[in-house]
Design a protein around this ligand. Structure first.
Ligand SMILES: NC(=O)c1ccc[n+]([C@@H]2O[C@H](COP(=O)([O-])OP(=O)(O)OC[C@H]3O[C@@H](n4cnc5c(N)ncnc54)[C@H](OP(=O)(O)O)[C@@H]3O)[C@@H](O)[C@H]2O)c1
Length: 339
């Protein structure tokens, strides 16, 4: 049996739920009898059944039709089955109880507190376990989840819209739209991909943004986060409509990041102006910068994103990708760890 082909299928189909499973990882599970796929399960929605449970439940409907006993089946799952009794019970115990005798795992759970424990439960019950089939792909598709489990804080992405002369907005003016509709639509997807979205009091007062993900597919909306040391009348701002928001005052940025260590959030998109963005960059904890640059020029009335040339490279980032979007250029920079 070509288990790699099945693993790739599980990885690829799991991705379909990336916006509704978050901040949980996407996970796929396939049960096979020889060459025949008996059932497939996915972690479709945060707080709902894990992939393995969905696959087992579906297979139960086919018992005595396509197969007689779970011991005839092999389970292929993209991530190590969980050992803990969380919101939905332990998947490792459910696999043992089902009678499955062989399990192929994509990646081991990156959380040091539970890593390997699921495998231990399976092996202790006499189940044959094979690990690390396409592990790198599973890690990549769950980049934010793996980062949070490994580094014990959310992944931080900064989004910047810039004029061609490196400006953020006009001094003393209301909201400035710099980039094209195509770029602004792309930002909506970027928001949907993240678990949290953070801004500052000035942006709130000047722009009165909604800052939700306006996309035409189902998504768990990012948790809104506002940093402000001033009194805010929530009724005045769109930011507080429909979704709850966390407001932090009198905390250093390191303390704000620390606050989310113990939350569900695995990633936060920072959509703020030059002051707050540069302050975050100075913490050294920003992991990625996405810049949309238009060919508009704001000139002397515009406010610079950065005081010095090559600021992004000097902050330790290197260009990961660059392409045209609408009339703009989208560039993604990631932390150059070797610097
Ligand atoms: N081009 C773009 O992509 C883009 C994106 C977003 C915003 N902007 C523009 O940027 C302008 C504002 O830029 P900005 O950097 O001055 O404002 P900002 O994004 O609101 O960030 C600065 C504000 O954050 C709050 N803050 C900073 N550190 C804090 C901390 N440790 N604890 C609590 N609050 C903290 C303060 O709010 P309080 O003053 O309320 O205390 C501070 O005034 C806006 O006019 C907007 O149009 C441009």
């Amino acid at each position: 049996m070509n288990y790699e082909k099945l693993m790739l299928r599980a990885i690829s189909n799991a991705n379909f739920y990336k916006f509704t499973a978050k901040p949980n990882p996407v996970v796929g599970a396939i049960l096979v009898k020889g060459e025949e796929i008996i059932s497939e399960g996915y972690h479709e929605k945060f707080g709902q059944n894990h992939a393995e449970i969905n696959a087992i439940n579906l297979a139960k409907k086919k018992i005595n039709k396509n197969f007689n006993d779970f011991s005839e089946l092999v389970l292929i799952c993209t991530l190590e089955p969980c050992s803990h009794i969380g919101k939905t019970g332990s998947c490792a115990h459910a696999i043992v109880d089902s009678g499955i005798k062989k399990v192929i795992i994509g990646s081991i759970d990156p959380n040091p507190l539970v890593s390997g424990k699921g495998v231990e439960i399976l092996e202790d019950a006499g189940i044959k376990v094979e690990k690390n089939l396409c592990a790198e792909l599973v890690r990549k598709q769950n980049k934010y989840f793996f980062f949070k489990q490994t580094f014990n804080r959310p992944y931080l992405t900064v989004k910047i819209a810039s004029s061609s002369d490196g400006k953020s907005h006009y001094k003393d003016s209301e909201r400035t739209y710099i980039t094209s509709d195509a770029s602004r639509n792309d930002v909506q997807i970027l928001r949907a991909e993240h678990d949290g979205i953070l801004t500052g009091g000035n942006t709130l007062r000047n722009d009165n943004p909604h800052m939700n993900a306006r996309v035409d597919f189902d998504t768990n909306q990012p948790q809104k986060i506002l940093l402000s040391n001033q009194d805010i009348n929530e009724d005045e701002y769109k930011f507080f409509k429909n979704n709850s928001a966390d407001i932090h005052s009198n905390l250093s940025l390191d303390e704000v990041i620390e606050f989310y260590k113990n939350s569900d959030l695995c990633s936060i998109l920072i959509e703020a102006g030059p002051d707050l963005v540069n302050a975050f960059l100075k913490t050294g904890k920003v992991d990625e910068i996405v810049i949309y640059t238009s060919n508009k020029v704001l000139g002397d009335e515009g406010v610079d994103w950065f005081k010095e040339k090559n600021a992004i490279e000097n902050y330790g980032f290197k260009l990961e990708s660059s392409y045209k979007i609408g009339g703009d250029v989208k560039e993604t920079f990631i932390k150059n760890e070797k610097k």
